[in-house]
Design a protein around this ligand. Sequence first.
Ligand code: ATP
Length: 557
Amino acid sequence: MEILIGHSHKNVLAFASTRSHLFLRNCLFLKRLPIACMSNYNKSSYVRNTPNSLQNATLDLSSLEDKPSSIKRVKVFNPAKFRSSTRSPLTKAKPPELKRELKIDESLFSAKTFTELGLPPLLIDQLNKVGLTEPTEVQATAIPTISQNHDTVIQSYTGSGKTLAYLLPILSEVGPLKKLEGGENETLDKKQGIEAVIVAPSRELGMQIVREVEKILGPEDKRLVQQLVGGANRSRQEEALKKNKPLIIVGTPGRIAEISATGKLHTHMCRFLVLDEVDQLLSFNYREDMHRILEHVGKRRSGSQQSGEILGPLARRSERQTILVSATIPFSVIRAARSWGRDPVLVRAKSVISLDSIGSGLASEPGSASNAASSKVVTQGAIDSLPPSLEHYYSLSKPQHKVDTVRRCVHALDAKTVIVFMNNTKPIKDVVHKLEARGMKAAELHGDLGKLARSTILKKFKDGELRVLVTNELSARGLDVPECDLVVNLDLPTDSVHYAHRAGRTGRLGRKGSVLSICEEKEVFIVKKMRRQLGVGIKPCEFKEGKMILQREEDVE
Ligand SMILES: Nc1ncnc2c1ncn2[C@@H]1O[C@H](COP(=O)(O)OP(=O)(O)OP(=O)(O)O)[C@@H](O)[C@H]1O
């Protein structure tokens, strides 16, 4: 027990201190430190928190895949057979300590229909009604895996359909579209209360997930999903919880934790906990709220609770299934998943790997890591996070000419729906004014705006009433505007993980998309570093006579 206490708390501390550096950097140092200092500072924060053996072991997500011999594969998985034996949460709880072997039928990873994946007929009908007929690669891999009750980490590039990859297996177990099992009836259903909690880091992403669930449930049953996002009226949300008795709640960590603390949100019997954009949710900013959520969701009252009290919240094993999702999965998430999960697996397009198959000795004490190794951990969090269809460019510009470079790029590429990212909130308004003065319909979106203003602007942008949205990191995660054909980094992102999420707002689900990073000459080394870390080509370019001209590297240096 003592070992477990230490292990669990170490994870908490690792998250806390890593983020506290990032947080300080974002808020305080950004304007004052030269970029080179910032990048070293970022590295050193990882050094302090990365276990020794991890740094020496060059462990990464891709290296996990290089060890097929460590994957236990016993028999062919038959989804139809599996689904009929799926346990009912109230009757057939599996002892958490029992290790199960990983048995996945890889032929399912190429499934061309949702039927092949064993989804219930009612759910498939509804998907067809809303025009969803063919699963994406990550969906074809995640759906059968989650349906086997594995705690799952989903890592797949931006815009690859991760939301439905976790929603569909949940909806085939929860709500009116699920497959009814023998002995189960509507009376039991009504007693069950909240069955799935989905946590997202921003209101916008939370609301987007709610809309996705509502779309599939249809107008008659959409009350079964309830949003609990910050910025909205809390008592109205509490009333809706009481009145509508939702089965699924989607919310931001602060609001979920707040309502949970008042005793008005009962999630102990919950079967699914999803952390969307998990790497962000496990950061310092959210630590207290996430603690509460992890402690309470799916924590049935049983004999095991007592040992949970002794071990501390993160070490508790519960009956819930935990699903962690992001395009960027740093090692800290793998470590967390291993420490909370039951038989946790890592799902990527066309591959499933047992997290338990990662070699031992990774949980040694943090402290004396090398810079190179720790930066590799960061790098590996970002690799394979970008859709292959994206084109990446960078262009040199003096600070006072950056807005003009945006304008020339938009015209040269004839981009219709553009997201411009900046690092600070204050200058955003000024950029919007300058773009409007140059005849472009633009608006600002950031956290200083009220909820209503944020949703109105986002709606206008999605409806095509605005050509350019000037925003900050708020919009980098999860925002799905399929029409977005150009992302511009008017300020360079702080690292490759931030680059990946910003860039991923375009080129969604196989569409074409371009990403332009505007930088000063002294910042080119940062672009090159990100290019190396992400494994993508970022080509130098300039804009002349309404055209984009690609340059040779030598001409830029
Ligand atoms: N099977 C499918 N068929 C058609 N469209 C789909 C399918 N799955 C998802 N989509 C659509 O693809 C788009 C991207 O999906 P989603 O937002 O889930 O991507 P993501 O991988 O979560 O991206 P991010 O990492 O940026 O959050 C959405 O508009 C979604 O509705």
